[in-house]
Ligand binder design. Structure first.
Ligand code: NAX
Length: 327
């Protein structure tokens, strides 16, 4: 195509935004033949910094970058958007209860959902990165009744990539030798990285490691990796989060390879006992521009318990935002 694709990025002046925008503009999000127009959405206090980032984007002279516009109004920011990356969110501050956090984010993702409903392009695809990502995505989706629900997704690809890397280093295999790993549930400490269907060079991954490594090392290391990054770097994951967002949207638009699947939080159709309508992470393939849940996997009792625990947390979050009148 030669018509530029409109990509809206919220939280554009933040640290993930800074790692993300240059990669989008260089063609890594949609491919080397697709020009992009960036629409940066910030809160008023973030606009000046976003302008600075836009100056740097100009200075890269990216051949595929067809324009940059900056907004502090969601209605304008999402006008004509084909892809929307919802990165900006309200972080948890000291003493904030879960209800306060959900309410503050409801105040962001509700109006953004409405703006998407009102003005985005018919083929809009939404990826929510800002935490609590699954429930923020649910809030936005519920405020966009005219957009097919399947266009709202949340990011667990960073968790997926973290799990790939941990399993690769444990088994001594390259990341490319690992197929069919799954992140189930919520992008939170309850997430379940599942290697029982995964293969390493064609061999069942779970048979290559012992159960105690799986339970006491692998699962907690993947689930708590975000905290370990903060501890080491003094700031939360940014480049790796941006990379995962690129992977997610790239696969969604261009399709996944036939010989493996990936993980994304998408609207449940009831598969694997996950209540319909929840935005939960599943094993997925992308085909023809749509995510499909990989069907028919056998779920062991161990896995069932882990999936249920994370899904129950999502149910609680949904019930809490319902009670707050946010969905
Ligand atoms: P930063 O605090 O660096 O940047 C956030 C930016 O969002 C700020 O510039 C702020 O002005 C802007 N913003 C706030 N409210 C906004 C609104 N209503 N509209 C538009 N912009 C708004 O955070 P950063 O490190 O970039 O992280 C962004 C979000 O990603 C956080 O919620 C973080 O928790 C989440 N993450 C999610 C991950 C995932 O795997 N799903 C991993 C990385 C990251 O922790």
């Amino acid at each position: 195509t030669t018509t530029p694709v409109n990509v809206t990025v919220t939280g554009a002046a933040g640290q993930i935004g800074y790692a993300l925008l240059f990669r989008i503009a260089s063609g890594q999000l949609l491919g080397p033949d697709t020009p992009v127009k960036l629409r940066l959405l910030e809160i008023p206090q973030g606009v000046k910094a976003a302008e600075g980032t836009a100056m740097e984007l100009d200075d890269c002279a990216f051949p595929l970058l067809a324009g940059i516009d900056i907004f502090d109004d969601p209605k304008q920011g999402f006008e004509g958007a084909n892809v929307a990356l919802l990165v900006g969110a309200r972080p948890r501050s000291k003493g904030m209860e879960r209800g306060d956090l959900l309410e503050a984010n409801g105040g962001i993702f509700g109006p953004q959902g409405e703006a998407i409903n009102a003005g985005a392009a018919d083929d809009i695809r939404v990826l929510v990165v800002g935490n609590p990502a699954n429930t923020n995505a649910l809030i936005a989706q519920q405020h966009a009744p005219d957009v097919p629900a399947e266009r709202f997704t949340a990011m667990t690809r960073l968790d997926h990539n973290r799990a790939l890397s941990q399993l690769a280093s444990k088994t001594g295999a390259p990341v490319s030798a690992i197929k069919n790993l799954t992140i189930w549930g919520n992008h939170s400490a309850t997430q379940y990285p599942d290697i029982f269907h995964a293969t390493v060079d064609g061999k069942n991954a779970a048979e290559l490691v012992d159960q105690s490594w799986l339970e006491s090392d692998f699962i907690p290391t993947v689930a708590k990796r975000g905290a370990a990054i903060i501890e080491a770097r003094g700031a939360s994951s940014a480049a790796s989060a941006a990379n995962a967002a690129i992977d997610h949207v790239h696969d969604w638009v261009n399709g996944t390879a036939d010989d493996s699947w990936t993980s994304a939080a998408i609207v449940s159709d009831g598969s694997y006992g996950v209540p319909e309508g929840l935005i939960s992470s599943f094993p997925v393939r992308a085909k023809g521009g749509k995510w499909e849940i990989v069907q028919g996997l056998e779920i062991s009792e161990f896995s069932r318990g882990k999936i249920d625990a994370s899904v129950n947390e999502l149910v609680e979050e949904r019930d809490a935002v319902k009670e707050l009148g946010l969905v």
